[in-house]
Design a protein around this ligand. Structure first.
Ligand code: TYD
Length: 208
């Protein structure tokens, strides 16, 4: 069936505040009467949550290829169980992380083949790619200070060097896909939200 809904994704390195922004954005859409669906990755389904536990447990030693396939596995389940059905019902699906996370973390961060990762996206998501993506950008140094006192999961425990590579990766993806990805400089929660709503307005009213 042809895609009819809208996919909006939120991306950014650890600590950038995209989950807060995704929630505020959904609240805004609800006020506008759009009935959004908010989903987050990895996880979001019964099987996906089990995969999430494996991925984020700091006690697990996971090699890059295994890590890649676990993220892809969790996402495939989310796509088939929730994203595709909601899109077919013409809903606005808001994703707290999606395909760009894998390109940025496993591709640019871990150094796995970006070409292969893009093939995997095509294979698993097909045309279910985001219509618009908000990349919340801030320096890795700044965000590592934000996360300093937090109990960290396996990925958040990665070095500053890794987070820097992921950020650079995100910025390169944004450079390659200027039409879809809006780079939003991280400011206060309220100001970042305001910028996102402004960009959304431009996209949505142009889209209808
Ligand atoms: P989560 O607790 O959801 O973190 P956040 O609130 O920062 O999104 O954990 C998700 C972690 O998984 C995060 O560190 C990024 C990482 N990740 C990847 O490495 N590849 C992926 O494809 C996805 C979806 C997430």
């Amino acid at each position: 069936m042809k895609k009819t809904g809208i996919i909006v994704s939120f991306e950014g390195i650890d600590g950038c505040g995209k989950s807060t922004q995704a929630e505020l954005f959904c609240r805004y859409l609800s006020q506008e009467g759009l009935k959004p669906v908010l989903l987050n990755e990895p996880g979001g389904t019964y099987t996906g949550e089990k995969i999430r536990k494996i991925l984020l447990d700091s006690k697990n030693s996971i090699c890059p290829v295994t890590e890649l396939f676990l993220y892809i596995a969790s996402r495939s389940q989310l796509i088939e169980e929730l994203i595709r059905p909601y899109i077919e019902q013409s809903r606005v699906v808001v994703l707290d992380r999606y395909i760009d996370s894998t390109t940025a973390y496993q591709g640019y961060g871990r150094g796995l083949s970006i070409k292969f990762i893009k093939h995997l996206h095509k294979f698993t998501a097909g045309d279910l790619i985001p219509d618009i993506t908000f990349l919340i950008d801030a320096s890795a140094e700044h965000l590592s200070a934000v996360l300093k006192n937090k109990k960290k999961d396996r990925i958040e425990k990665e070095s500053l060097k890794f987070q820097k590579k992921v950020r650079e990766g995100y910025l390169q993806i944004a450079q390659q896909e200027k039409k879809r990805i809006r780079v939003i400089e991280r400011q206060t929660v309220a100001l970042t939200h305001k910028t996102i709503i402004k960009e959304w307005g431009k996209f949505f009213y142009g889209h209808r």
